[in-house]
Design a protein around this ligand. Structure first.
Ligand code: ADP
Ligand code: ASP
Ligand code: MG
Length: 457
């Protein structure tokens, strides 16, 4: 069995949906399961609509909701069979009606909790998964819609819930496996799930990739295909570097590291279930399906390369914490981390010197409170508008001279922090956000001007 996941841009229009149903039909001689994201930018739009309502502008919110409905109606009209049109229209009617009610509630309450936001944003996949089911049926395929909220079970950390794997696997075996075994193609919305109490939750932005690998692992798929709008995992974000090169093959560890440090092409948790069950992941382009994409596997001997790719993250804040004593006292680090921990603010990078510690965070919601607490025992300087650039590759830790090449490439750029992760497969740098592009360009030119053709296309 293969799991095929299609991202929002792969199903953003009627033409795109037709392309996708064609790709699925081309593989339908094998057992398949399909996972889809919301169509186009639907999730962003739902969140924006929710904020508008919570700010009290209910008319504005309903107006935007209407245009989202229009978008769904226009882009799906030609993809379903005539006999399915009425049922799809009813599905839209019911769901947009519920959404309008929800927005009215939000505008009265004047707030948007993580839990409400999950309910609101779940509608994107609840709509798209039904659309794709009908579009596949129109092609004569035996597609069956499954509401992912009945299958994927999570804890109640709304906004970025964690799956309860045993329960999810039990439900996959009970509700999904029989469909596959009887020759049908289950179609599930990615990203959405529910708690043990049946309350809607989500796996976090970009979480449909994670759904695909959870389902793939739970049903022991042979391969998990992530279909997106680029040719595979590239040597850098193509919106920054053009042309970036396609990576033909990479390890789970490399892909995890890249995703964690900002390469949007895969949700950072995607690799976990695949690693545990040793299921290969392939990243493919739905606009260019002949290209073989990027294969992500446990280990690969062929065509080694030291550096595989460069990721970056914007909107980073560095918090410099300086001991008020001459030297860092015993327990100083523990006291600092305890503060970040209590405010549930995750720290990505840490560097230390004799008297100071620098940490990076991307969520500054609790920064003022944390600074106040840290100031009780240290001098604290937050520095905003920073970026992290991360160079990733399996062999970085074992290759002399990498740091020298990095510094040489970045002679003209002020590097605020640098660290090599204990995993030994990344080197991360913090630079001013305004220098991010230059930094990535310089590193890309250094490491990818000449490449091993076995590893890069
Ligand atoms: P989808 O809707 O299919 O989930 P995403 O927008 O989440 O697609 O991810 C694909 C995008 O990730 C690409 O269009 C590209 O702009 C971005 N991206 C960032 N870094 C990389 C990288 N190293 N390789 C490929 N794509 C990347
Ligand atoms: N639709 C969700 C999002 O935009 C999940 C996904 O696309 O993977 O974040
Ligand atoms: Mg994505």
């Amino acid at each position: 069995m293969i799991v095929m996941k299609f991202g929002g841009s792969s199903i953003e229009s009627a033409d795109a949906v037709q392309r996708v149903t064609g790709i699925i039909a081309g593989r339908a001689q094998r057992p398949l399961l399909v996972v889809v994201s919301a169509m186009g930018k639907t999730t962003d739009r739902l969140i924006e609509i929710g904020r508008t309502a919570a700010n009290g502008d209910i008319d504005g919110a309903l107006g935007k909701l209407n245009s989202l409905r229009e978008f769904h109606a226009v882009e799906t009209a030609s993809v379903v069979a005539p006999q399915a049109e009425a049922a799809l229209e009813k599905h839209f009617e019911d769901h947009f009606h519920e959404l309008a009610e929800l927005l009215r509630g939000l505008s009265i309450l004047g707030e948007l909790s993580a839990r409400s936001l999950d309910v609101l944003s779940s509608y994107g996949e609840r709509l798209s998964s039904v659309v794709i089911t009908e579009a596949l049926r129109a092609q004569g395929l035996a597609a069956e819609h499954i509401d992912s909220r009945e299958v994927i079970v999570t804890d109640d950390r709304f906004g970025e819930a964690s799956p309860l794997v045993d329960e999810t696997n039990a439900r996959l075996a009970r509700l999904v496996r029989p469909l596959i075994d009887t020759g049908r193609i289950p179609v599930m919305g990615g990203f959405i799930a529910s708690t043990m109490n049946g309350i809607t939750s989500t796996l976090g932005r970009g979480g449909s990739d994670f759904t695909a690998s959870l389902v793939g692992a739970g049903l022991t798929a042979e391969e998990i295909e992530i279909w997106t709008d680029v040719d595979g995992v590239l040597t850098a974000d193509p919106s920054l570097i053009s042309p970036a090169r396609r990576i033909r093959i990479m390890s789970f560890a490399e892909a995890s590291e890249l995703a964690y440090f900002g390469a949007r092409v895969l949700h950072p948790s995607t690799m976990l279930p695949a690693v545990r069950n040793n299921i290969p992941i392939r990243v493919l382009n739905s606009r260019n399906p002949e290209v073989e994409g990027t294969l992500i596997v446990a280990e690969h001997a062929e065509g080694q390369s030291i550096i595989k790719s460069i990721a970056y993250q914007e909107g980073i804040t560095v918090v410099e914490v300086r001991s008020t004593r001459m030297l860092m006292a015993h327990g100083f680090l523990a006291k600092i981390f305890e503060v970040f921990d209590r405010y549930e603010t995750s720290v990505d990078m840490v560097t230390t010197s004799e008297v100071s510690v620098s940490l990076t965070i991307d969520d500054t919601t609790h920064l003022p409170d944390m600074v106040q607490e840290l100031q009780e025992f240290a001098e604290v300087t937050p520095v905003s508008d920073q970026g992290i650039v991360c160079v990733v590759g399996d062999n970085i830790g074992y290759t002399p001279g990498i740091a020298a090449r990095i510094f040489q490439a970045l002679e003209q750029i002020n590097i605020r922090m640098i660290s090599q992760g204990a995993s030994r497969l990344n080197v991360s740098l913090v630079v001013d956000e305004k220098d991010l592009r230059r930094t990535v360009e310089a590193l890309h030119a250094t490491f990818f001007s000449q490449v091993n053709e076995k590893v890069f296309a």
